[in-house]
Design a protein around this ligand. Structure first.
Ligand SMILES: NC(=O)c1ccc[n+]([C@@H]2O[C@H](COP(=O)([O-])OP(=O)(O)OC[C@H]3O[C@@H](n4cnc5c(N)ncnc54)[C@H](O)[C@@H]3O)[C@@H](O)[C@H]2O)c1
Length: 249
C-alpha cells in the first residue's frame, strides 16, 4: 500500500489515463476524487472503486469550480495530499493556419489555465498541512513538437515549464511538483492527435517512431504517476518523466 492514508484528486479521471491513475491510486490505499466535466462517467468510475472514491463534476478551466472541487474533497476526506492535473484537450491534427482562435483558446483554458486554478486552490491547504504533491500531465508534444498539433504542442510546453517553475518556488513549502510526458496512447484523444482514422496502417506509421514499438497504455501512466506520488519519490521534484518508449530521444 504505497498511498495509505493519502487523498488524491485526479482531473479528467472519467476516462483514459486519468481513470487508470485514479484506479491505481485507490488500489494502493488512497482516497480518490474523480474530477471531470463528464459527470455520469465520473460517477461510474467512482462507484466502481467504492467507498474510497467520490465523483466531482468540475470544469478545470473555471477557477471557481476548481476551488469548489478542492473544498468538496477536503470536506469529504479531511485533506488533499496529491493533485494530478490530467484533464486535457486538443484541436484536431491540422495545419496551424486552419485552427480557429476559439479552439486555440479552449486548448489553453483546459491544458494551462487549469494548472493555475489548481495551484491557487490547493497550495494554501498544502501550506497548512505541511506539503503536497502535484503531478501535471504534459506530453512528448511539448518536448519534441511535430507539425499538425502546433498550438496543442505549445500548451504542453507551457505545462512542462510550469511544472519546473512551480517545483522550484514551492519546494521550501515541502511541495513537490512533477510532470508526466506521455507519447500517444489508445485513449479517446487518439484520432484527434493522429488527424487520421485509427486504422492499422495509420497506427503502424506512428509506431515506427517509437523505439519500444507500442503506444502508451493507461497502465504505463498509472505506474509512473504512482511512483511520483509516493514517498519513494520524496527527493524528486521538477522532473518531466517521459512515458514514451523512447520517442523523444
Ligand atoms: N492520449 C494521448 O495520446 C496523449 C498523449 C500525450 C498527452 N496526453 C494527455 O493526457 C491527458 C489525458 O488524456 P487522455 O488521452 O486520457 O484523454 P481522454 O479524452 O480519454 O480523457 C480526458 C478526460 O478529461 C476530461 N476533460 C476534458 N475537458 C475537461 C474540463 N474542461 N474539465 C474537466 N475535465 C475535462 C474528459 O471528460 C475526459 O474524461 C491529457 O492532458 C492529454 O493532453 C494524451
Amino acid at each position: 500500500m504505497r498511498l495509505k492514508n493519502k487523498t488524491a484528486l485526479v482531473t479528467g479521471a472519467a476516462s483514459g489515463f486519468g481513470r487508470a491513475i485514479a484506479r491505481r491510486f485507490a488500489t494502493e490505499g488512497a482516497n480518490v476524487a474523480i474530477v471531470d466535466l463528464n459527470s455520469p462517467a465520473a460517477q461510474v468510475v467512482a462507484a466502481d472503486i467504492g467507498d474510497s472514491a467520490m465523483a466531482v463534476r468540475c470544469d478545470v478551466s473555471n477557477g471557481d469550480e476548481v476551488a469548489e472541487a478542492v473544498a468538496a474533497v477536503i470536506d469529504r476526506f479531511g485533506k488533499v495530499d496529491i493533485v494530478v492535473n490530467n484533464a486535457g484537450w486538443s484541436h484536431k491534427n491540422q495545419p496551424l493556419m486552419e485552427v480557429e482562435f476559439a479552439a486555440f483558446k479552449r486548448v489553453y483554458e483546459i491544458n494551462v489555465d487549469s494548472i493555475f486554478h489548481a495551484t491557487k486552490a490547493v497550495v494554501p491547504h498544502w501550506r497548512t498541512i505541511g506539503g503536497g504533491v502535484m503531478i501535471n500531465v504534459g506530453s512528448t508534444a511539448g518536448i519534441r513538437p511535430r507539425p499538425g498539433l502546433s498550438w496543442y504542442n505549445s500548451s504542453k510546453g507551457a505545462v512542462n515549464a510550469m511544472t519546473k517553475t512551480l517545483a522550484v518556488e514551492l519546494a521550501p513549502d515541502g511541495i513537490r511538483v512533477c510532470g508526466l510526458a506521455p507519447v500517444m496512447g489508445a485513449t479517446a484523444l487518439l484520432e484527434t492527435f493522429m488527424g487520421l482514422p485509427d486504422t492499422p496502417e495509420n497506427r503502424s506509421k506512428f509506431l515506427a517512431s517509437i523505439p519500444l514499438g507500442r503506444l502508451c497504455e493507461p497502465e504505463d501512466m498509472a505506474n509512473a504517476a504512482l511512483y511520483l506520488a509516493s514517498d519513494e519519490a520524496s527527493f524528486i521534484t521538477g522532473v518531466i518523466l517521459e512515458v514514451d518508449g523512447g520517442r523523444t530521444i
